[in-house]
Design a protein. Structure first.
Length: 389
């Protein structure tokens, strides 16, 4: 699940775990247990790192804001993040997802981001091909990658794939939580896989050189989507089911299949990384390290599914957040019994410079600079370049 800028602005096995906490994995040296962090931590190679959030956004929670236009603080956060690019969600992934109203919502989101690009060329640039990622980094700008977190707005019209490509869309996620014409989402109890139309959509995405994303898919949709695509597939924002067996996390088999086809899985910052509490930086790193051991360092990245801006934990935010968590539990997005003060962000990485801090924490655990650069964005840059040209 993800919330777009407007929704955010308006408020809305033990032995295995111990092993991956120790740092003894995949040939890297063991390290001391990870300590939490509340403020940015320097990692010198970050200045030369192409950092990519495979599921992100920009803007702070401001209750009185009536629109989603970025303000000076939001723009400062974007620049401070040091990100070279972020995939921005355009398509609605809640209701409505179908018909003219859904298409209007997509067009409105596109128009909103088009305006941000035009208004702030010193901060943002649009990403259309692989070379643009390096250009954004060299230019000290944040590249905006237009993407959908649900293919439902395509309707039954395969030609709409080409139209959206011409509008700048470069990533399309097959399903969100629910079933659509392409296949089952992760919250569907039937766990059906791809439909015949779903196979046709993947063929069309391959033809148009749009990156196929299987995040949020049912277990069958994920595995069948990976197998059906002729191009590498990403799982933009997810976790490892072996560490937290929830519908939004993927199995070891899926991670291996994705890697064997050249894809990348991004570790999410949402509370799917645990079955109980709000995740911490330690949880993020446990999932990163586990995924590296399963599918290799060339196939792991980051897809936070949150804004690059930190969350100001005001009384109004806390009230709105509790209401949101109650709704998400009622909708079975999260298990019953979750604490009321569950947060949809990593509380000890609650600052714009979180990618650099994550690099520093990984470095302390003995990961090489080259590996860290791959995780923070190099792997996604590779697969995006391969697919887009």
């Amino acid at each position: 699940m993800s919330m777009n800028r407007r929704e955010w602005a308006l408020g809305a096995g033990a032995a295995v775990a111990a092993y991956y906490t120790s740092g003894a994995f995949s040939g890297e040296p063991a390290a001391a247990p990870l300590a939490g962090t509340q403020s940015p931590t320097k990692w010198p190679p970050y200045a030369n790192t192409v950092a990519i959030d495979a599921a992100g956004s920009f803007g702070r929670f401001v209750p009185e804001r009536e629109d989603a236009t970025l303000n000076a603080a939001d723009l400062a956060d974007a620049r401070e993040s040091g990100l070279s690019a972020s995939v921005i969600t355009l398509a609605p992934n809640g209701s409505p997802r179908y018909g003219p109203v859904a298409l209007e919502a997509v067009e409105a989101q596109m128009a909103s981001w088009d305006r941000e690009l035009a208004a702030h060329p010193d901060t943002f640039m649009q990403i259309a091909r692989g070379a643009d990622l390096a250009l954004a980094h060299r230019s000290h700008k944040v590249g905006l990658i237009y993407g959908f977190q649900d293919s439902a707005p395509l309707g039954e019209d395969l030609d709409s794939v080409e139209r959206f490509y011409k509008r700048g869309v470069r990533v399309i996620q097959l399903t969100h939580n629910q079933r659509n014409l392409v296949g089952d989402g992760c919250m569907e109890p039937g766990n059906a896989g791809l439909s015949e139309f779903g196979h046709a959509v993947i063929d069309k995405l391959n033809e148009q050189r749009i990156l196929v994303d299987v995040a949020h898919g049912s277990r069958r949709t994920v595995s069948e989507g990976i197998a059906a695509s002729q191009a590498p597939v990403v799982i933009s924002h997810t976790g490892c089911a072996a560490l937290a067996d929830v519908p939004r996390c993927v199995t070891d088999d899926a991670l291996r299949a994705m890697a064997n086809r050249g894809g990348v899985a991004g570790i999410v910052f949402w509370p799917y990384l645990t079955r109980k509490d709000t995740p911490t930086a330690a949880d993020v790193i446990r999932h990163i390290e586990y995924a590296i051991n399963v599918c290799g360092e060339d196939h792991v990245g980051i897809g936070t599914d949150v804004s690059a801006s930190p969350v100001d934990r005001t009384p109004q935010f806390e009230k709105s957040n509790r209401e949101l968590i109650k709704r998400l539990v009622a909708e079975r997005i999260f298990d019953r019994g979750r604490p009321e003060d569950l947060y949809l962000f990593v509380t000890d990485l609650n600052h714009a410079r979180r990618f650099e801090t994550l690099g520093s924490l990984l470095s302390r655990r003995g990961h090489s600079d080259a590996r860290i650069a791959k995780i923070l964005g190099g792997n996604f840059a590779r697969v995006m370049t391969e697919v887009w040209g």
